[in-house]
Ligand binder design. Structure first.
Ligand SMILES: NC(=O)C1=CN([C@@H]2O[C@H](COP(=O)(O)OP(=O)(O)OC[C@H]3O[C@@H](n4cnc5c(N)ncnc54)[C@H](OP(=O)(O)O)[C@@H]3O)[C@@H](O)[C@H]2O)C=CC1
Ligand SMILES: O=C(O)C1=NCCCC1
Length: 251
């Protein structure tokens, strides 16, 4: 994932691959390395691990979308999936909202219970997706499912969904009815139309990129049911890598 940003004065690329079966071997499912170059002359400035950056910047992007698209009084969070992204999303969203309830569902109850214990008394492991999401104001889907796990009939009207998994054109995490029945936001239109099974297979219409909401050219319909379909963008990695280098220089 290469990126040059003149505005941020950064040139970087991330090599990333995901191996869902690594999960059962106890090693990370995402293998990522970042290389940062001097934008003036192309010389290599740094090589850094990309795993933590991928976890944090993905959750940060969802947090920006949620800040604009969710009801600001949101109190109930549901997380579907209980891996790295589940943890980073809980961390990032908790900087914006005071959740009174965090409901977690995962493929195995064991994983949901482990995450629930890490979070503490507000969290609960649920035995179905429906149980987890029915009261939720904000929902995060962060699984490796290839078929829809979140269905429209369970989602409270006005809820906001961060749909983060299903990053291949033939994979889905979200019910097509929910995709079509919500106001749909993406990180990149171009990426969504090429890579997101949830968008391509449902034929849902993309209303806006989140960046267009942030710069005020598109509306944030926070009173309606909204979906943010995230696929990840190279600029998120490049800017994060620059922050790491800045921090290194000043410590
Ligand atoms: N949009 C973006 O920018 C990015 C998206 N991603 C995507 O986010 C998703 C999560 O990544 P990450 O957290 O790093 O992965 P992890 O391997 O850390 O965790 C995956 C979690 O998903 C659960 N899971 C797997 N299959 C299913 C299923 N069918 N139904 C419900 N839960 C399931 C696992 O359950 P259990 O523990 O119960 O076995 C596990 O808890 C992946 O699809 C990944 O590709 C990742 C990085 C960036
Ligand atoms: O943006 C990323 O990094 C990724 N996106 C989709 C899944 C793999 C990693």
């Amino acid at each position: 994932m290469p990126c040059f940003s003149a505005h941020e004065h950064v040139l970087a690329t991330k090599l990333v691959a995901f191996y869902p079966t690594n999960y059962d071997k106890g090693i990370p499912t995402h293998m990522a390395t970042l290389m940062v170059f001097d934008p003036e002359n192309g010389s290599l400035k740094a090589i850094m691990d990309g795993e933590v950056i991928t976890n944090l910047r993905t959750a940060a992007a969802s947090a920006v979308a949620t800040k604009y698209l969710a009801n600001p009084k949101s109190q109930v969070l549901a997380i579907i999936g209980a891996g790295h992204q589940a943890r980073s999303h809980h961390q990032a969203l908790s900087t914006l909202f005071n959740f009174t309830e965090v409901n977690i569902y995962s493929r195995t109850l064991e994983s949901a219970e482990k995450l629930s214990q890490e979070i503490g008394s507000t969290a609960k492991a649920c035995s179905s997706v429906e149980e987890a999401v029915k009261r939720a104001d904000i929902i995060v889907t962060v699984t490796f499912s290839k078929v829809p796990v979140l269905f429209a009939k369970w989602v409270k009207p006005g809820a906001h969904v961060n749909a983060v998994g299903a990053c291949r054109p033939d994979w889905q995490e979200i019910d097509p009815d929910l995709m079509r029945g919500s106001v749909l936001y993406v990180d990149s239109r171009e990426g969504a139309m090429k890579e997101s099974g949830d968008v391509i297979l449902s034929k849902a219409e993309v209303y806006a990129e989140v960046g267009e909401v942030v710069n005020g050219t598109k509306q944030a319909f926070c009173e309606k049911t909204t979906v943010f379909k995230s696929l990840g963008m190279a600029v998120e990695d490049a800017v994060s890598a620059n922050l790491v280098l800045d921090k290194l220089r000043t410590t």
